[in-house]
Design a protein around this ligand. Sequence first.
Ligand SMILES: *Cc1c(COP(=O)(O)O)cnc(C)c1O
Length: 339
Amino acid sequence: MIDFRSDTVTKPTEAMLAAMITAKVGDDVFGEDETVNALEEKTAALFGMEAGLFCPSGTMTNQIAIKCFTQPLDEVITDQTAHVYRYEGGGIMFNSGASVRLLNGNRGIITDEMIEEEINPIGNVHHPHTSLVVLENTVNRGGGSCYFLKDIEPIYHLCKLKNLKLHLDGARIFNALAYTKDEAKLYGNYFDGISVCLSKGLGAPVGSVLLGSKQTIQYAKRIRKVLGGGMRQAGFLAAAGIYALDYHIDRLQTDHLHAKQLESCLLKLPFVKRVLPVQTNIVIFEIDDSRDAEKLVNQLKEKGILSGTFGKQTIRFVTHLDISKQQIEQTIEILSLID
Ligand SMILES: *Cc1c(COP(=O)(O)O)cnc(C)c1O
């Protein structure tokens, strides 16, 4: 099976497993796991942030960040496609007691102007208090679309002016950086919180790191414990993360090339109506109204290709570490033969 369902399906490489097995570990709830500490410091330094917190998932890092940056009855501004809103089980309302104002961005990319219009006036008892903006980079439902730092800068200035916190869901931040060529270290100048996933394109089996100021991370640690995310000898997992940061960032270009190759193939197929222009490792395409995405996905599955539907006529392919050049060629051949 060639598995394009998600970049979460990767298995650790032998070298990554070796790094995991030999990791020095301790009780991380006591702060004594040196590998976890090293991962947190390394990731924070990479993005120019003060501190990091290793968590079991990106959902947890996002939810903790939102909890840190809001009070109950506050409101969060984000795009309508945002993972924090659509794919975290309503966690914002449950964990933080906050409401969400959704914007209609361009492939999930929102601007300072759009945000400014939706900030509630302060001191009017009718309105929830706007306190946080969440961006996603890359945007999953936007088909891997990217913010450049120059797009983020005006949003940062608006947030400063209006006293709002700014959080980045960077589940695929390294894919965004590979595309934009922006410097990771500069990100720390713009965001109060950043979620970095190790288990997506980077190929670690588990884990995300929340980045923020020392003060934010101190409180975040308390929230992580409350959510049941305080792990003990987690260094075995953190070692995979360190390995991924050292060896799996540069190769993301290969995933992007593979996604481009799929895009070119899809554009030539008569039943494909539209492909969201590929920037990173996600390919989202629409098929003719006469066709059904679910049926096509099943048809592909019979031929050994796993993909996912993203609506009645929409399908998503994600490229990743465990997809080879040969598998891309094979997929293109199979797609070309679909009638
Ligand atoms: C995968 C993903 C996350 C985190 O997901 P987990 O499965 O909880 O690690 C967060 N944001 C986006 C955009 C994602 O794609």
